[in-house]
Design a protein around this ligand. Structure first.
Ligand code: PEP
Length: 249
């Protein structure tokens, strides 16, 4: 059985004190969650967030990291830095990183490998643009993104990986994929993992849907057979909405 996972991607929102206040709002609302709950605040909020999360069932994630351990990479943050302050998850290859910061399938793969080297669990984001969807390219694109992202991983690592299917046209637009469409692409992703690492590994991998998930549409999306949770942007900044999404399980 795959344990569903709901993760909040706070993006570039909240100062450290605001992050603590938001966590303190969320904590009691999700204390009896049946799924795994993760929040991913900005880097500078992580130490304060870790403190605020003590004794709760919420885990801490980062939104990005560099693949090298250290060195001359001004402005970057490495996996050992995240690990030392108690981060457990890290979002890799979010479409905003691919779009605005030139991340590629190759850099995503470098980061995924580095995350496992340092005992962090990557949440690997894949998904198509509207043009690609309309051109019928979703399956080919997503299969390629998965193949490149997971290249070189050992099967024990793949079992741990979390994948987020996030159609770019659905992120921050208020227009979510239909539960059926999201489930279909997630099945394709699982089939791709099965082709690379075997069916039993694919059955263990958790695959989230992300893209305009909110308090109203969460239950229908999360009820689908292959959707194992959600990566939530905007709605994760509102404690009550985030809690409703978590409690859809
Ligand atoms: C995201 O940023 O990963 C995301 C899914 O955003 P939103 O929920 O706001 O569409």
């Amino acid at each position: 059985m795959r344990k569903p996972i709901i993760a909040g991607n706070w993006k570039m929102n909240e100062t450290p004190s605001q992050a603590v206040a938001l966590i303190n709002e969320i904590k009691p609302l999700v204390a009896d969650a049946k799924c795994e709950v993760v929040v991913c605040p900005p880097f500078v909020c992580l130490p304060a967030a870790k403190d605020a999360l003590k004794g709760s069932n919420i885990k801490l994630g980062a939104q990005n990291m560099h693949w090298e351990e250290k060195g001359a990479y001004t402005g970057e943050i490495s996996a050992p830095m995240l690990k030392e302050i108690g981060v457990e998850y890290v979002i890799i290859g979010h479409s905003e990183r691919r779009q605005y910061f030139a991340e590629t399938d190759q850099t995503v793969n470098n980061k995924v490998l580095a995350a496992f080297t340092h005992d962090l669990t990557p949440i690997v984001c894949v998904g198509e643009t509207l043009e690609q969807r309309e051109a019928g390219q979703t399956e080919t694109l997503v299969r390629n993104q998965i193949k490149e992202a997971l290249e070189g991983l050992v099967t024990d690592a793949v079992r741990q990986v979390v994948i987020a299917y996030e159609p770019i046209w659905a992120i921050g637009t208020g227009r979510n994929a239909s539960p059926e469409d999201a489930n279909d692409v997630i099945k394709i992703i699982r089939d791709t993992v099965a082709g690379m690492f075997g069916q039993d590994v694919a059955e263990a991998v958790r695959i989230q849907y992300g893209g305009s998930v909110n308090a109203k549409n969460a239950a229908d999306l999360l009820a689908m057979s292959d959707i194992d949770g959600a990566l939530v942007g905007g709605a994760s900044l509102k404690a009550e909405d985030f809690a409703i999404i978590v409690k859809a399980y």
